[in-house]
Write a protein that binds this ligand. Structure first.
Ligand code: ADP
Ligand code: MG
Ligand code: MG
Length: 883
């Protein structure tokens, strides 16, 4: 097996498509080399070695050492240096690199190969002793932290003490001699803490670092990140060993990061930050405030620190050319890392840049319009779930803003919540159903949990490429970073702004669109769905086969869903219409009635209300199909629960509290989910279904007259297990239809169908299809009844199942394709065998889940139906599934 792949000087053994083997970083370093870009030479140890390392009790495979020695010689040849040889000093970086980029998850060691002897060689070689000792102290810090597990804070403390006693503010102010003093203290500290000296042998250092990269694949941060992003452990990480170039060689050197387009808005402009006389992570660590790359960005930001364009015009020009060519080559927005050593530009990384949903849309649309990608590729590039971010509210421009601070607009969208200062508190609030804004000086990978739990993130330090900003954008959470005028005091538990003190639990609002931090809750606005969003949706609709409907029963939801592009209603839950005001009274009268006659009298009061509900929905959905489900939940859900409520209702309805209590007791069920509900109600009390059918048909007649738009109501009978249940209810519906047609003299087109939400219905689908004009897969109940679990009770053990690897995903979120899906597939086939033109749809939560939608396309359903906010997601997911 080939364990090691080299790159450098215009050639490489690997290429971009070798991501699985070389990791993203290694594959792209190889690709950049082959493109002839200036990349320090190096080599990549493959991800297979990582897997072998774990398979063999954390030992390296035989032959690796020899391969690495050869590869080191390769670097030596290209640089004219030799690893471990002070007379021709070669220093390297050791960098991890998984297939998928895992920002901040794995640790990099720079300046490896330095020791007490070689540091002097570096000083002589470069003619810059300050630089040499600065590099050495960085190396001791990083190596001790990453490889030897010594917390970097112990070094920071030493450095802070030294700077204070020497009267320095910035690291760059320390002289060579002063750094030598710091180094002596560092080394003493290492020995004191670890009981052994800092390793001086470059080869020992190298193998220590390689082992540390592999080990970091299994550190907690990496494991958490993988779990959150569904990255399998089996992928492993590669290790990149690369000749060092130095951004800390004085004022003509620099290091920076950039995006080829603005990652927040998608605007086509070089967008990034750099620091003079700095190395590696200095830019993202937020220690010094970074400078803008272009003049335009500097002016826009109102910064008085010179841009790279002004400061180092030649290096800037090469960088512009290279970033353009990389974007064209990869046909996507790139996220670049570079270093300038004494005026010469070196490329250290390129990858597809993370971006907000808004930026993703703009970039895809503009690249398609520029002919760089096709429209279909543009559609395929948008993560459907990410659209959610765009559908979220922003602050109403007319709302009064009580601004308490301003930071950078790091991730768009607005959020309101209670202040919390720790990730743990954010999680606690979330479990209590409360909303939190996570307020931190800066975030680290340990905060990922808390960032997930919070509505939004506010930091007082760090730029647009800080950890908080990058992670928040990936999560689609609003984030304001680097709000420097705010003071966070963790110990006191306060956030202080211009004399005002805020504490944990106080409400604030952040506006990730402009970086403002506001006191209290602020009025929000619904999003704008035109422009790039509309373009992608239009392109998606052009390739989509399945229709997308919505689950809605209120006019508000129905209108919202139409504005999101819903093509009808796939599930109108009529019981939701029975809860408010006069309706619940009539409903309770109906439930308390002792005779059918009294029941019908109560239902007669509900009829006009239902009719006007349906009429309104028909008008909103003019010309589109509307599926109405007959009453589904057990009747006791409509009765009062507490003693006080019982007394109140009894008085209002003029019945004794005892009678009400007795009826409630009689209706009590041990397992309501499996109880007297669905079509079972219609079999027991056909008059309920008849009233609903009449309301539907009369509304259809009226809608036909009024709007002139033909409505074809689809009446859906829930929880059918036996064909005879459907036959029974359908006969009642048909009879009502006939009498409404006779009364009105208007012919009504309608369909009667059923939900498939019991395994028996799926098994007997060919028989049920004899009476059903359509099937709608109620995958929420079908999941419950197939697994034999109740959604309300399963949350506790499903999480345990997930952690123990028994299930991969919550089957209520993503359809269990092997089990529940098999029933759907079977029912669809059997249904079609009986009735080839049977309409098939899905109306469970899964109708808005992209991977479930892919399955629906595969089975050939006619439509998916989902909650209004999921409609755009479903449109896009259905399009991606179709190509
Ligand atoms: P991450 O995956 O966290 O981005 P990297 O391996 O990219 O880690 O390393 C972080 C930074 O270290 C780089 O952006 C670059 O600034 C610096 N770096 C890495 N390798 C070298 C090198 N060979 N020469 C100079 N700087 C380097
Ligand atoms: Mg990097
Ligand atoms: Mg159901």
């Amino acid at each position: 097996t080939k364990w090691v792949f080299t790159f450098g000087d215009g050639a490489a053994e690997g290429r971009a498509s070798d991501k699985n083997l070389l990791g993203g970083k290694g594959a792209n370093l190889a690709e950049m080399c082959s493109l002839g870009l200036p990349v320090p030479p190096g080599f990549t140890i493959t991800t297979e070695v990582c897997n072998a390392y774990y398979a063999n009790g954390r030992t390296h495979p035989a032959g690796l050492e020899a391969d690495v020695a050869v590869a080191l010689d390769h670097i030596g040849r290209l640089t004219g240096r030799r690893f471990g040889d002070p007379s021709k000093l070669l220093l390297v970086s050791v960098r991890s690199g998984a297939r998928a980029s895992m920002p901040g998850m794995m640790d990099t060691v720079l300046n490896l190969g330095l020791n007490d002897e070689t540091v002097e060689a570096l000083a002589a070689d470069s003619g810059d002793a300050r630089f040499a000792y600065d590099s050495y102290r960085r190396f001791i810090q990083m190596y001790s932290d990453v490889v030897m597990g010594l917390d970097h804070e112990v070094f920071e403390e030493i450095l802070e003490d030294q700077k204070a006693s020497l009267g320095h503010e910035l690291d760059t102010e320390l002289t060579a001699i002063e750094w030598q003093g710091v180094i002596a203290l560092y080394k003493a500290k290492v020995e004191e803490e670890l009981g052994r000296p800092f390793p001086q042998d470059p080869h020992e250092q190298l193998w220590g670092a390689i082992g540390a990269v592999f080990s970091s694949w299994m550190n907690n941060r990496a494991i958490t990140y993988r779990r959150l992003h569904d990255i399998p452990e089996s992928w492993g990480t590669a290790v990149n060993v690369q000749a060092m170039v130095f951004g800390n060689m004085g004022e003509t050197s620099a290091t920076g990061v950039a995006f080829t387009r603005n990652p927040s808005t998608g605007e086509k402009m070089l967008y990034g930050e750099f620091l003079v006389n700095a190395q590696g992570e200095d830019v993202v660590a937020g220690i010094r405030t970074p400078q803008n790359i272009t003049e335009a960005a500097r002016i826009a930001a109102g910064s008085d620190k010179p841009s790279l364009q002004k400061l180092m015009p030649d290096a800037f020009q090469s960088f512009v050319t290279i970033s353009d060519s990389l974007e064209k080559h990869y046909r996507d927005m790139q996220d670049l890392e570079f270093t300038i050593e004494r005026g010469k530009l070196w490329m250290l990384q390129t990858r597809s840049g993370k971006r907000t949903a808004k930026a993703a849309l703009r970039i895809a649309v503009e690249m398609a319009r520029d002919g760089l990608i096709t429209k279909q590729e543009a559609v395929a590039r948008i993560d459907p779930a990410s659209l959610d971010q765009l559908l979220h509210p922003t602050i109403d421009p007319k709302a009064a803003r009580d601004i308490i601070g301003v930071g950078l607009p790091a991730s768009p969208g607005a959020a309101t919540g209670e202040i919390v200062f720790s990730s743990g508190d954010a999680e606690d609030l979330k479990t209590q159903g409360r909303k939190a804004i996570l307020v931190r000086i800066e975030t680290s990978p340990e905060d990922i949990h808390g960032m997930h739990a919070a509505e939004g993130i506010l930091t007082t330090r760090g730029g647009m490429t800080s950890h908080a900003a990058v992670v928040a954008r990936g999560m689609g959470k609003p984030c304001v970073s680097g709000a420097g005028s705010l003071r966070v005091d963790y110990k006191a538990g306060t956030l202080v702004s211009m004399g005002q003190t805020f504490r944990k639990g106080d409400i604030i609002t952040i506006d990730g669109g402009n970086g403002q931090v506001l006191k209290g809750a602020v009025a929000m606005l619904q999003p704008e769905l035109s422009g790039d969003f509309a373009a992608i949706m239009e392109w998606a609709d052009a390739v989509r086969r399945m229709k997308v409907r919505t689950n809605a029963e209120t006019p508000l939801d129905a209108r919202m869903a139409r504005s999101f592009g819903a093509e009808g209603i796939g599930l109108c839950r009529t019981e939701h219409m029975f809860f408010d005001g006069a309706r619940i009274v009539a409903m309770r009268e109906m439930i308390l009635a002792d005779t059918e006659k009294d029941r019908r009298a109560a239902l007669a009061k509900l009829l006009p209300m239902q009719r006007s509900d349906f009429l309104e929905l028909f008008e909103i959905m003019a010309g589109l199909p509307v599926t109405i489900r007959l009453l589904d939940p057990p009747l006791h859900e409509f009765l009062p629960k507490t003693e006080a409520e019982v007394a109140e209702v009894a008085a209002a309805m003029n019945v004794s509290a005892d009678k009400l209590r007795q009826r409630t007791e009689a209706l009590h069920e041990f397992n309501p989910m499996l109880g007297h509900r669905g079509c079972r109600l219609a079999v027991s009390y056909p008059e309920i279904a008849e009233m609903q059918a009449r309301a539907i048909f009369e509304a259809a007649v009226e809608a036909g007259k009024k709007a002139g738009a033909l409505v074809v109501p689809e009446i859906m009978v829930p929880l059918v297990g036996l064909a005879k249940e459907l036959d029974f209810v359908k006969a009642r519906i048909d009879a009502v239809a006939k009498s409404v047609m006779d009364e009105s003299g208007v012919n009504i087109d309608y369909l009667t169908g059923t939900m498939i939400e019991l395994p028996r219905a799926a098994i007997r689908a060919h028989v049920i299809a004899e009476s059903a004009g359509f099937f709608s897969f109620g995958t929420n109940d079908l999941t419950q009844t197939t697994f034999g679990i109740s959604r309300d009770d399963a949350a506790s053990f499903l999480e345990t199942y997930r952690q123990k690897g028994i299930i991969e995903q919550d089957p209520f979120v993503s359809l269990d394709i092997e089990g529940v899906g098999e029933l759907v597939r079977m029912a669809a086939q059997k249904g079609r065998a009986t009735r080839p033109d049977i309409k098939l749809g899905i109306c469970g939560e899964h109708g808005g889940d992209p991977s479930s939608i892919r399955f629906c396309e595969e089975v050939g359903l006619d439509y998916v139906s989902c909650s209004p906010y999921r409609v755009p997601i479903a449109r896009l997911a259905a399009a991606q599934a179709a190509v």
